[in-house]
Design a binder for this molecule. Structure first.
Ligand SMILES: NC(=O)c1ccc[n+]([C@@H]2O[C@H](COP(=O)([O-])OP(=O)(O)OC[C@H]3O[C@@H](n4cnc5c(N)ncnc54)[C@H](O)[C@@H]3O)[C@@H](O)[C@H]2O)c1
Ligand SMILES: [Zn+2]
Ligand SMILES: [Zn+2]
Length: 361
């Protein structure tokens, strides 16, 4: 059976998205059909719509989602119809070299559904990050479904599926920020704000939020920032150094991904500190750093794919922290919207009006 659902499609580079009828097949072996309940609007969806990820249009957008499993295909045993799940975009294979070496968060062969979702005329869709969840139902690999406590609100839980997990994990997993450490986070959108919140949960001593938008800095204080820097008015590197006794932060997270923010991150850390790049750079972006500074400043320059998370380990743990009131996941939801409002939500994201708009289905 094929399911006819309403879904948000980006047909052409830079063109406004539209709500279309999409055909979703029943799950085949290893696949799951999920009735989506909520899906956050992430900056990466906008990157897709702008053709900045690849040019495999048309895209079925949306990838920060929670919902209920409706049906599973042959051989699926980890999830069953009725399970409340958060979708993830890195379903690890367990067999590649990274998985076999015990580092599954680097898995080089992650799974997606094998069957294609299509437009009514049969045109195959490219689901954003292998998910495509601005849709009433979506088809994913069963491993992309992570069961979490059903008491969590779908709007909040879904955010773990991408931006919040990426930011939280950038600080805690990739940056390994710990008790008493000093961290600076450049760019406090949904991703950077989650790095701030993650650093608080991890017991960081000083949490410096940097943004060019004052509204984001005020929010960052509510999420646990101890200090804020408006880098539209102040030199971010100087400000971070002066807040840390002249030395710089132990960990600096770049949640913007522009050459200038990466350079700030590079110079705003203490000797032997860690830079974590979690913002996704534009294809044409390059950085030029004196190689002697790369050597002389030591430490680590890391990238964070999905916050180096392991969904099966991290999603249920963060949902538990949220349900215990120790992690303000619900506060990331700035507004709830309908499917037809995704284009307007992109505009609000660009203006910096929201942390996360969440589509409710
Ligand atoms: N690595 C991953 O796995 C992963 C996952 C999700 C999102 N991302 C990426 O993370 C980035 C942030 O996503 P988001 O959803 O939080 O976006 P967002 O648009 O909500 O937030 C971006 C923030 O950066 C601020 N900003 C912009 N330019 C700045 C500058 N020069 N200096 C300081 N702050 C600046 C903005 O004011 C805004 O607060 C995007 O590039 C997105 O694609 C990466
Ligand atoms: Zn693998
Ligand atoms: Zn995302």
């Amino acid at each position: 059976m094929t399911h006819e659902v309403r879904a948000v499609v980006a047909r052409h580079k830079d063109a406004p998205v539209s709500v279309e009828t999409v055909l979703v097949p029943d799950p085949g072996p290893g696949e799951a059909l999920v009735r989506v309940q909520a899906c956050g609007v992430c900056h990466t969806d906008l990157h897709y719509r702008q053709g900045a990820i690849n040019d495999e249009f048309p895209f079925l957008l949306g990838h920060e989602a929670a919902g209920v499993v409706e049906a599973v295909g042959e051989g699926v045993t980890d999830v069953a119809p009725g399970d409340f799940v958060v979708l993830n975009w890195r379903a690890v294979c367990g067999k590649c070299r990274a998985c076999r070496r015990g580092r599954p968060w680097y898995c080089f062969a992650t799974h997606n559904a094998k069957q294609k979702m299509t437009l009514q005329d049969g045109t195959e869709l490219s689901p954003a990050l292998g998910i495509g969840a601005f849709a009433e139902k979506t088809l994913v690999a069963a491993g992309q479904c992570t069961k979490v406590a059903p008491a969590a609100s779908a709007a909040a839980a879904g955010l773990l599926g991408c931006g919040v997990m990426a930011g939280f994990g950038a600080a805690v997993n990739t940056g390994a920020v710990g008790r008493g450490d000093c961290i600076a986070v450049i760019g406090c959108g949904g991703v950077g704000m989650a790095a701030v919140a993650g650093a608080k949960v991890a017991g960081a001593g000083r949490i410096i939020a940097v943004d060019v938008d004052d509204r984001k800095l005020k929010r960052a204080e509510q999420f646990g920032a101890t200090d804020t820097v408006d880098s539209s008015r102040t030199d971010a590197v100087e400000a971070i150094r002066s807040l840390t006794g002249g030395v710089g932060a132990d960990v600096v997270v770049d949640a913007v991904g522009r050459p200038e923010t990466y350079e700030q991150a590079f110079y705003a850390r203490d000797l032997a500190g860690t830079v974590v790049l979690v913002g996704v750079p534009a294809p044409e972006a390059t950085v030029g750093l004196p190689l002697l500074d790369v050597f002389g400043r030591g430490g680590a320059l890391k990238s964070s794919w999905y916050g180096d998370c392991l969904p099966s380990r991290d999603f249920p743990a963060l949902i538990d922290l949220y349900l215990q009131g120790r992690f303000d996941l619900g506060d990331f939801v700035s507004e709830t919207i309908g499917l037809h409002e995704v284009e307007a939500a992109f505009a609000r994201m660009r203006r910096g009006d929201v942390l996360r708009s969440v589509v409710i289905l």
